[in-house]
Write a protein of this length. Structure first.
Length: 318
């Protein structure tokens, strides 16, 4: 799912926005504190777990000195397991220009509601105390980097926020996790996906599945790559108009469901296809059913929305 186009004006037009001068002043004060504390304690970490109790101190206050990227995730969310490691790795490479705060939605429902999160993974940013949506759902590494580059730029230009110095990804003294040998075929698929070579990614994931049909990560990756391929180049307004004008047009409904999914509107995508299955028969019904199963793969079988949609599909079919 592609990141939404980040409006730089949105960073200063939100209701809770503070004056740019005030934000710059806070950033300068935060940098001064960091300079005074430099060398006195452990270096700041780049990737942190945040809950509701620590949100103000660890996100809002720190956003005066560094853009804080928030990764809303859950243990049962398969796409989260694809996206989170990429976000963590890129955050480390940015060397203190951004901070990544990971929020488990199952444990922090209030924060999820306050940010208006409709589905996960969902990624937001907080700059100088202001919330800014970045993207929802899966995204390629290139898209993530482009989005973060824009975020870093607006933080510096609008608020004078340049990041933190001496940051590390793990606590001092923490034992390094053992490296897991990388599957070359899976690595090739991920590399193709990150570079925007969607057809290459699709084929690479298929190669993995040819040798191991039960490979969960490859199944999820294939479903994501195929979804991105289908929505690439679509005119969203036209697709939605076609779907609204012709509810019996299966192709129109399939395209609209793909757009719903790529935009993070998971329940809408599932509901649209369940209704299409209900209205159709024969080959058209089977085609719609299979597309719905593909979208289930993108989200993951344990996601409550998938469980609910499977039940709705069963009631329609039987």
């Amino acid at each position: 799912m592609q990141p939404r186009n980040m409006s730089m004006n949105g960073a200063v037009d939100l209701a809770a926005v503070k004056a740019a001068g005030e934000a710059k002043q806070k950033a300068e004060q935060a940098r001064a504190r960091s300079a005074e504390e430099g060398g006195a304690g452990a270096p700041a970490r780049l990737v942190i777990d945040v809950d509701e109790a620590g949100f103000e101190a660890e996100v809002l206050q720190r956003s005066a000195e560094v853009p804080v990227v928030i990764d809303f995730w859950a243990e049962w969310c398969e796409p989260c397991k694809q996206l989170s490691p990429v976000l963590e790795r890129i955050t480390q490479e940015y060397a203190g220009r951004v901070l990544l705060a990971k929020i488990d939605v199952d444990q922090n429902q209030t924060l999820m509601q306050q940010f208006g999160v409709q589905g996960i993974p969902a990624v937001f940013a907080v700059v100088a105390g202001q919330a800014l949506p970045l993207f929802q759902g899966a995204a390629s590494e290139q898209q993530i980097r482009e989005t973060l580059d824009q975020l870093v730029q607006v933080a510096e230009q609008r608020f004078g926020i340049t990041g933190i110095q001496g940051a590390v990804a793990e606590e001092a003294g923490a034992p390094a996790e053992p490296e897991v040998p990388e599957d070359p075929a899976l690595a090739a698929a991920q590399e193709a996906l990150d570079s925007g070579d969607l057809s290459g990614a699709v084929q690479a994931y298929k190669n993995v599945l040819a040798d191991d049909p039960g490979h969960t990560e490859a199944r999820v990756g294939l479903a994501m790559a195929e979804l991105l391929s289908r929505v690439q180049g679509l005119d969203a307004n036209q697709v939605r108009k076609d779907a609204a004008d012709a509810p019996a047009d299966v192709e129109a409904q399939l395209k609209a469901a793909d757009l719903d999914m790529s935009g993070g509107h998971v329940e809408d995508a599932f509901g649209r296809l369940v209704e299409t299955v209900k209205r159709t028969s024969g080959d058209e019904r089977e085609k719609t059913r299979l597309r719905l199963l593909e979208l289930f793969e993108v989200i993951g079988a344990e996601d409550p929305r998938v469980v609910t949609a499977r039940g709705a599909l069963a009631r329609v079919l039987f």
